[in-house]
Design a protein around this ligand. Sequence first.
Ligand code: MSP
Length: 517
Amino acid sequence: MKSLSNGFYLTTPLYYVNDRPHLGTAYSTIVADVLARYHRFFNEPTILITGVDEHGQKVQEASIKNSTPAQDYCDQMALRFKEAWSELNIQYDIFFRTTNSFHKLAVQQCLQNLFNKGEIYTSEYEGWYSVSEEIFYTEKDLINGKSPTGKEVTKVTEKNYFFKMSNYQQKLMDHIQNHESFICPESRRNEVLGFLRQPLNDLCISRPKSRLTWGIDLPFDSNFVTYVWFDALLNYATGVGYLQKEREKEFQSWWVDVGAIHLIGKDILTTHAVYWTTMLLALELPLPKQIFAHGWILNKDMEKMSKSSGSIIDPLALTEKIGVDSLRYFLIRDIHLGNDAPISKALITQRINTELANNLGNLFSRTTQLVEKFFNSEVPQPHSTETTSVLQLKKSALSACHKVKQEIEQMSPHEAVEVVVQLLNLANKYLEDEAPWKLTKTDLNAAGTVLYVSLEILRISSALLSPIMPEKMEQIKIRLGSPPMEWNDLNQWGLLKPGTKIVKGDSLFPRLEESSL
Ligand code: MSP
């Protein structure tokens, strides 16, 4: 692999296999897929890694509850995640499993390396453990006898191994302060800086086998397994070849030259922004380019949608009702990346009906219907395209391409959609003003021009939305007889060839009824 001067290396969290995929985990994955698809579209070398987190107490408990040996249980669950991501049209490059043997070896090598350097020591530990978060808390962290996020904790006293995380506190703070976009959005950056202003504890990185067997053995003490987070976080490096002889160049390209962007939920900010980064500093590896924390999908009580709050939505059941592309569109469009957002049947219905059924869907059906009826289903020849309204539309379409790219590069896919929605609004307004359904009776050439302009806007808009709605936008492309959608050609006007056959076909986005969701 040759060295990369530019590129996009994106990761999702690795999902715990004690739970099936739900709308929260689907959200992280869909956002990542959309961003990666855009970057591929921009012709950037791109790699997207997602996968599953298979070790730890939660998973061990789930496998016991299911009376299935842990590895078999993980194999079944990993398959469920893969199937769900395939249904949601996720185009990942690597599906990572923490039970991969190359990963386990690399984790042990890191542990041994840190142990040899004196970065890991053993000590008697007393603290409070939250199984659901797989995190230790000290007495002073607890709020009303629960973890700071309200999870049950149990008291634990045991010998354990610790990583000297506190040694890296200042170095990490300096890095965050010197790199403005290292932790995003800004509110999360401030949260981490606030956390780092308090004394930082060392990190307990082992679990005695008497309590947990399902993990990677500590190479220097076989009575212990590795803490699940220490194991799972390393996937971001081992996934692109870290500590694998035959993949050294790959690791150099992706980890060192390009730099990773970790897309995570805000609930796992500390583990990424503090645990992972200090581990990397101790291992003398470069830090990722960015850690971007998205918000939560909220239930009707405005709480995080989660299994424990009993408010889980199954994304696959939802797509059966509204379609995969509509779900992807809704999540990208309605949730300002980085913020929390509620989700409800009413919100979904309203968004899909106003923007997909009415705005985009209507523009497509009105235009193609007239082309079928008055132009023998062939792309009409445009005539006077130098009028002010056409010039303005052309200008808006071309600048939309530029703006979409900018918004995606700034991790604002919701704004990228807004750009295209505005363009479609303009096109619908143009159609209303020019009324080609009337012009067909008086001036067929003029009607042909209006329809040609509208078809061109549809060609460009559908290409711009294709990373969000790959299937439906491909349908539009095929029905318009559009040439392949290359990013470099996109800001050229007039690529639809007059005389090309088009197909109106069925309604692309049938209107939704809230009561049927
Ligand atoms: N296994 C760890 C991550 C290890 S990364 C090396 C983990 N797994 S998880 O299965 O709990 O899923 C985590 C991801 O799902 C997080 O990004 C989390 O924010 C996301 N979501 C789970 N519920 C969510 C919502 N209700 N809304 C949005 N995302 C949420 O943590």
